[in-house]
Design a protein around this ligand. Structure first.
Ligand code: AGP
Length: 577
């Protein structure tokens, strides 16, 4: 969602903030802005639009100063517009703030401030924060008071015209400090600081920070005593967050999936395995692609161990009346910051469940809430759509399931098979060219292939904006078959397992109604076009068969002139419910 950056040091703040905002573009946004302090004044520049176009319009020219804040906004309260873009400022333009999250009590705060004659310029929930800080000589003290007034989730940076300092406050929305020599960089996530440093402090809920002269001071609104936050070294590099010669991050990340499997094999899963072995029941909570990984886990874990495993869409979990002592909840989230997943985890925890986190981000909110964390080690995933983190999630989840029954090996070979599939890129590109004008797609599968049909449809709709549906293959005849007409592509995910023949039958039913049958399989299916898969033990099919589907979605998006890395309306890290 929104991206936050702040810089205080001895270099040109504007240039560094813009570079930081560019590295946060992947989170998804509709407007951008900066505020830089210089000679007792604040220079605020902001507008609707993408950063490159705002640079083209010379919006950020002639802004001097060595301390400032910046923001990419993903609209929640108020449409994308110049006025609603951050930073927001008070009536005197001496305090500017940027904010991620939602202020839930903003209506009453706004009414109160209006009755005190504060003039509002935007429709945002955020602007009231700037007015609440108006006229405060000591912003550090003012933020402590502010914390008591605000309800909701917030990561806020504030800057004043009157001192050479930056201020921050965090509650339920991620915020880190990058620690470099004589300079401090605040950001909503790690890629934005990698150009400066890999040493970071991950702020916690209730943290209020003053940063000045290369030093920082942290007060915590919830802690009884003082706070100490450790400086962590992140093993991500600046280069990892670059395109490295690929046209898009998505394509690069698809190609990194063999490595992603190998790196996820290094994840320490011992504590998680102990919890799972001793669990009376296992619940999985996740959203989107991570939920699909959870569904695959549900199938393989039930098949291998006969344990009770239920995967839930995290936002639906609160309505299921689940969890109790003895339950283990596995929360899957590449970002570790997805609000729906965190909310489900808090409910499960309150009901007595042990929490296992499967995440790519060390120190994320999910990591900190969990009783055991399995890190993915997938490196930064910049494209909004998840690809390599999905494969890494599956690797970790398969390992947990295999450990429960003492099964060894197999996944190293899957990494090689994925790399073999990736060598067929030109075939997938050709198929995408042929299908680029189709408007409707159906994906079907049974058993472990069903979540892959779901993930394939999600990838396609996310980045091509085309209509894609996924069904359990057996469900078609219970309704959706009426949608199949002349030439509509039906893509069957058909590994050679006990589901194969039935899936073939369901594809036949579609082709009999003039649907265009396409099979992702290692075996020919009469009359259907084949996307040939290498022979692989059937249980690994989800990890291999998804790869050509990612490629197909990617090349159809590109053929239609869409940017697969930054799909409209979507954000990488969904920090609101
Ligand atoms: C995947 O391509 C999507 N961007 C989205 O469905 C994503 O998987 C979902 O929002 C969950 O994100 P998380 O893994 O960071 O929790």
């Amino acid at each position: 969602m929104c991206g936050i950056i702040g810089y205080i040091g001895n270099k040109d703040a504007c240039e560094l903030i813009i570079a930081g905002l560019k590295s946060l573009e992947y989170r998804g946004y509709d407007s951008a802005g900066i505020a830089v302090a210089h000679s007792g004044k604040l220079e605020i520049r902001k507008a609707e639009g993408k950063i490159d176009s705002l640079i083209g319009k010379k919006l950020f020219e002639n802004v001097a100063g060595t301390g400032g804040i910046g923001h990419t906004r993903w609209a929640t309260h108020g449409a994308p517009s110049d006025e609603n873009a951050h930073p927001h400022f008070d009536c005197t333009k001496t305090v500017a703030i940027v904010h991620n999250g939602i202020i839930e009590n903003y209506t009453e705060l706004r009414d109160e401030l209006k009755s005190q004659k504060h003039k509002f310029i935007s429709e945002t929930d955020t602007e009231c924060i700037a007015h609440l800080l108006e006229g405060k000589k000591d912003l550090f003290a003012a933020l402590k008071e502010l914390h008591k007034k605000l309800k909701g989730s917030f990561a806020i940076l504030a800057i004043s015209a009157h001192d050479n300092a930056l201020y921050a406050i965090r509650e339920s929305s991620p915020l880190i400090i990058g620690i470099a020599k004589d300079e401090l960089i605040f950001a909503s996530d790690v890629p934005a600081v990698l150009a400066h440093t890999n040493k970071v402090v991950i702020l916690e809920d209730g943290d209020i920070v003053k940063a000045q002269d290369g030093r920082y001071e942290i007060y915590n609104a919830h802690a009884k005593n003082g706070v100490e936050r450790k400086v962590r070294t992140i093993d991500w590099t600046y280069d990892m967050a670059q395109k490295g010669g690929y046209a898009h991050f998505m394509l690069k990340e698809i190609h990194e999936q063999g490595i992603a499997v190998r790196n996820a094999l290094k994840s320490d899963i011992r504590a998680a395995v102990e919890f799972v072995k001793n669990a009376t029941e296992i619940e999985v909570v996740a959203c989107g692609t991570s939920y699909h990984a959870g569904l695959v886990f549900q199938y393989i874990m039930k098949g291998l161990t006969h344990k009770k495993v239920s995967a839930y869409i995290a936002s639906e979990y609160p309505y299921t009346n689940c969890s109790s002592q003895g339950t283990v909840a596995i929360a899957i989230s590449q970002s570790g910051e997805t609000a729906d997943t965190l909310n489900a985890v808090k409910i499960a925890k309150a009901n007595g469940a042990k929490i296992i986190a499967v995440t790519n981000v060390i120190g994320s909110s999910l990591d900190r809430l969990a009783d055991a964390t399995c890190l993915l080690y997938a490196g930064p995933e910049i494209s909004v759509v998840a690809t390599k983190t999905f494969i890494a999630q599956l690797t970790v989840l398969y390992r947990i399931a295999f450990e429960c029954i003492g099964k060894k090996g197999g996944l190293e070979e899957v990494a090689n098979v994925i790399e073999d599939v990736l060598t067929k890129e030109s075939e997938y590109k050709k198929l995408a060219q042929e299908m680029k004008d189709e408007e409707h797609f159906f994906f079907i599968g049974r058993g472990i292939a069903y979540p892959i049909a779901m993930e394939a449809a999600l990838k396609l709709k996310e980045i091509t904006y085309k209509h894609a549906e996924s069904y359990a293959a057996g469900e078609l005849k219970h309704g959706p078959l009426s949608l199949i007409s002349d030439g509509i592509p039906v893509i069957a995910i058909a590994p050679k397992d006990e589901t194969f023949q039935k899936t073939v039958n369901n594809l036949e039913e579609c082709m009999a109604r003039k649907g265009k049958g396409i099979a992702v399989s290692e075996q020919e299916i009469p009359k259907a076009r084949l996307i040939r898969m290498p022979a692989v033990e059937a249980i690994y099919a989800p990890m291999v068969y998804i790869v050509p589907m990612q490629m197909l979605a990617y090349y159809i998006a590109v053929a239609n002139g869409k940017d697969p890395d930054r799909p409209r309306n979507l954000a990488k890290s969904v920090t609101v419910e």
